[in-house]
Design a protein around this ligand. Structure first.
Ligand SMILES: [Fe+2]
Ligand SMILES: [Fe+2]
Length: 392
């Protein structure tokens, strides 16, 4: 651990001790107020601009419908540095609007803050120690174990039930500088540990948000056009599982086209007529693709790759085209759901083969939701952009 990180940890631990001491001798009125409000206090580390999103929309950092919380102030500091590295790469359109955001911006641009919130227990899901949910691309380098909590999406009507406040001790310039340095370290470590192993340059043309601006419209259109969306083995849950596996392949450094992989996951089994042998379902999926021009903006070259991936996806082939390979690997990495162990020699990408050793990194389709999956695809592009140094 570097000196800045150690300093931040010491500072966080001292702050936590002070808070514990305050809690022990806190005044009766405050305790009564807390009891009346119910709920429990958690910490969340984020950039100032993301803190604004939390304030204005409820707990939706990352726009993925979830909030990543911890009961450790130190880990919130780590979250804050992740968020700084992420916000530097994923989307520069967020501008601070709150007092906290403006103060932080005045301190020199992209900075991190930590907020705490009091949430009703009903919206908080405890994740097992060490499961680091949701896993971020930096998890292998940065998560060093504490309890994480995931809050379910919170309805606007529930907003009065919780509080968000900036933690002043994390807003001072020295701490923010430490967090910023931590984020640089994370980004550098990430680059070192996640160097692409698939020998192929990323496509400069791919842009998930541009190619699929409204993922929910696309998902709804495919479901509407599918005769087997409710199928147990090849229905929507399977499509979502393939999409999650594809996201993991992208995050592991495979420079495939994320919009093509995402559309493949939706379409490849959407035109099955039976759960068993159905040799034409890939071609029918390609036919369905032609009716979807109003809900995506893929170009001709992308559509050509996607059609080839769809038509041949069940032929037991591998591909040198990493986008087609990522599509087929994502499908094969979900074979465990029908009791089949995927075989390394039938996978096309190094990232897919690496995932064979850590299958628990791929959630089952039933265990995730579309906003989470879509966020992973948007994040996968941010990860590629982490090659750009974090601003200082
Ligand atoms: Fe299939
Ligand atoms: Fe499939």
């Amino acid at each position: 651990m570097t000196n800045p990180a150690r300093q931040m940890r010491r500072r966080a631990e001292a702050a936590a001790r002070r808070e514990l001491a305050r809690a022990g001798s806190g005044n009766r009125l405050q305790r009564k107020h807390d009891a009346n409000r119910g709920g429990r206090r958690f910490y969340h580390g984020t950039t100032a601009v993301l803190a604004d999103v939390i304030r204005s929309e409820g707990l939706r950092p990352g726009r993925d419908g979830r909030c990543y919380l911890t009961d450790s102030r130190y880990m919130a500091g780590r979250y804050a540095s992740w968020a700084t590295a992420l916000a530097a790469t994923v989307d520069h359109s967020w501008l601070p609007t709150s007092d906290v955001g403006k103060r932080a911006a005045a301190m020199g641009g992209l900075v991190a803050v930590i907020v705490h919130c009091r949430l009703p227990p009903s919206v908080v899901v405890h994740e097992e120690h060490g499961s680091s949910c949701p896993p971020l691309p930096w998890e292998s380098t940065a998560v060093d174990g504490t309890a994480f909590f995931v809050a379910q999406p919170i309805e606007p009507s529930m907003l009065p039930n919780f509080e968000l406040q900036a933690m002043p001790e994390f807003e001072d310039a020295a701490t923010l500088d430490l967090v910023r340095r931590e984020s640089e370290l994370i980004a550098a470590t990430f680059r070192r540990n996640h160097a692409p192993t698939d020998a192929h340059a990323p496509s400069a043309a791919s842009d998930f948000k541009r190619d699929i601006p409204e993922p929910s419209d696309l998902i709804a259109a495919v479901i509407a056009g599918s005769p087997n969306a409710d199928s147990a083995y090849h229905g929507v849950d399977h499509w979502r599982g393939v999409a999650a596996a594809g996201a993991r392949i992208l995050e592991a450094g495979c420079p495939a086209d994320p919009a093509v992989v995402f559309m493949f996951s939706l379409l490849h089994d959407a035109q099955r007529h039976s759960e068993g042998r159905d040799p034409d379902h890939g071609r029918r999926a390609a036919d369905l693709l032609r009716s979807l021009s109003g809900v995506h903006r893929l170009g001709e070259a992308q559509l050509d790759v996607l059609q080839r991936a769809l038509v041949d996806h069940d032929r037991g082939l591998t591909s040198d085209d990493l986008t087609i390979g990522a599509c087929w690997d994502a499908d094969r990495l979900t074979l465990g759901r029908v009791g089949v162990t995927p075989r390394a020699e039938l996978l096309s990408t190094a990232a897919g083969r690496a995932l064979l050793d850590t299958p628990d990194r791929i959630p089952a389709g039933e265990a995730c939701d579309w906003p989470w999956v879509v966020f992973r695809y948007q994040l996968s592009q941010a990860v590629q952009r982490l090659e750009v140094p974090v601003p200082t």
